[in-house]
Design a protein around this ligand. Structure first.
Ligand SMILES: Cc1cc2nc3c(=O)[nH]c(=O)nc-3n(C[C@H](O)[C@H](O)[C@H](O)COP(=O)(O)O)c2cc1C
Length: 183
């Protein structure tokens, strides 16, 4: 068990890997992979989760697959766009498909992107929500403001300070998840 790599799941509150949040989650997962983790990006374009409550949702096989994947993971790297001062509906619906039994006691790293000036609203709202799932977000977090200008042509964060914060967030998630595993 000690030699098994940590399993980390990436969740984006925007649909598609080419969205800024998809790109940010990908960057974080790449960093986690460089540090020895096994990573899984849940791509809503390939595997869309139904809206909670819509007809047929409770028996949707994609939901079962999503929940099984979440259950098998040690940690999560999550990014949501800020919409009207909080997380996107897509992000909330994604979280509404997991319960304590899937993510309780597990480690989360939180990120958000904003069209305007950076703030912590979405991060704080996700933190509060995670209490209800008995999950443990690390204290480091990342809010990327003016997101249209935040990435360079290679898809990396243009600001070195932001990259350092992302690296520190990922390192903290991996360190905490390793600690939990060895407890
Ligand atoms: C419905 C909607 C509401 C938004 N509300 C905010 C907001 O409250 N604050 C802000 O800075 N940007 C806001 N934006 C801009 C988004 O945060 C921005 O487009 C997003 O972070 C880009 O990420 P994406 O490429 O993953 O969609 C909003 C965008 C939409 C579509």
């Amino acid at each position: 068990m000690a030699d098994t790599p940590l399993k980390v799941m990436g969740l984006s509150g925007s649909i598609g890997r080419q969205s800024k949040n998809g790109m940010l989650v990908d960057l974080a997962l790449r960093k986690a992979q460089e540090n020895g983790a096994e990573v899984h990006f849940w791509d809503l374009e390939e595997k869309p989760l139904p809206l909670v409550g819509e007809k047929g949702c409770w028996s949707n096989p994609i939901v079962k697959e999503f929940q099984e994947m979440a259950s098998s993971c040690d940690a999560f790297l999550v990014s949501s766009p800020e919409y009207h001062g909080t997380m996107s509906g897509v992000m909330k619906n994604t979280f509404d498909w997991v319960y304590d039994q899937h993510v309780g006691g597990k480690v989360f790293g939180l990120m958000s992107t904003l069209g305007g000036i950076s703030n912590s609203n979405t991060l704080n709202h996700m933190r509060i929500m995670l209490r209800w799932l008995h999950a443990n977000p690390v204290s480091q977090q990342l809010a990327v403001g003016h997101v249209k200008e935040a990435f360079d042509d290679d898809g990396n964060l243009a600001d070195d300070g932001m990259t350092a914060r992302l690296d520190s967030l990922v390192a903290s998630v991996l360190k905490t998840a390793t600690m939990y595993r060895n407890m």
